[in-house]
Ligand binder design. Sequence first.
Ligand SMILES: [Zn+2]
Length: 451
Amino acid sequence: MNWNEKIEQYKEEMKQDLAKLVSYNSVFEPSKEFPFGKANAQCLEAALAIAEKCGMRAVNLDHYCGYGEIGEGTEVIGVLGHLDIVPAGEGWNSDPFVLTEKEGHVYGRGVSDDKGAVVAAAYAIRLLKESGLDFKKRVRLIMGCNEESGSRCLAHYVEKEGSLTYGFTPDATFPGVFGEKGMISAVFSGKPSRLISVTGGSVSNVVCAHCVTRMPAGCCDSKKLIESLTMAGLQATLQQEKEEWVLDVRGTAAHASTPELGVNAISHTMKALQEAGLEDDFVEFYNEKIGLGVHGEHCGIDVQDDYGSLTFNNGVIETKQGTISGTIDIRFPVTMKSSQIVPVMEKNFQSTKGQLMILKTVEPLFFPRESKLVQSLLKAYQTVTKDLVSEPMTMGGGTYAKGIDHCIAFGCEFAGEDNHIHDANERLALKQFWLQTAIYAEAILNLLNLD
Ligand SMILES: [Zn+2]
């Protein structure tokens, strides 16, 4: 099918529809009336109107999520996108809620994550309908409003509507993600014997880039302390306030799934304090169990499989009532189970100087590369793009695919692109907007033809 010709006539309309969705500041802001806030509810209404215009029956599931549906039968093919966004933040060159076109790109919060994909998928279904296709299975464009803060939208969908025969979520990278690592969230804590407080980081899934430590003045070799940190490439200053030293350390942030790309301000602070001769129970506990290891080397969980290594990140540290506690974000290999990791970790964390508490585990997602689902989607990508080189991949992040059966992430970004997702000046190349529309149309067609 020549999708490009068909997409041509809808380009302006697609941009207008995307502009409409981008105009809602659909951040997580629960209210009495709406589970994820008014802007999310309004954005969902607008998206359902687009789905209806594209030939689908629209259903709103209590403002948690909604879907547009076409076709008949007991089997359901799902395309899952999300309408909620992370806060726009600072540093934009244009209004993040006004779709702004410049040099072949459109800018605005959510254009690549994930409002653009929702519009592209709606038009993919429209093209299939207009081609005269007889939908022998139901095709649903499922649109959630809580992907960025817990995916309760998808849990609500599964509770109300059940599972899918096959599905994909265009919320990662082409040509598809057949494995998503498992996750373990934990906290560790201990009482310092000399340190007064340690404070750093704001979210558990980012490498801590700024850490402030207070300690009694003169408790260690100050020259050595600063030297260790600057030698390791961090910025460090030490100031005296009355009887206390305040150590301010800056490293480099990175996502918790790729901690090796960052420089952890907490871990380096702890190492430097020890090297400067500070004798402190918490520092000792930290360096023995966590240290600088980004793969859990110090607690014996540095495992790997054919698809990658376990990653380990301490994102936040804080001090309350004399106890220092910190967060741990672990992403473990796609072919493993949390039961292979957690007991080892718990055993190795045992100490008289601190403790560990596991908060949550999420098992990995894994489909063999040869499975029908992975192959059908790959085929769609190759047919449309003629790119036979790019390979489906695995990743450390999590998508909707973990929350529903028979689903993987597929698109909407192309390998090697940087669309500033979750950052200022989020963008989408118009060429890619049209291209993803064609790929989704081909992909839905392939899934409809699977037995
Ligand atoms: Zn997303």
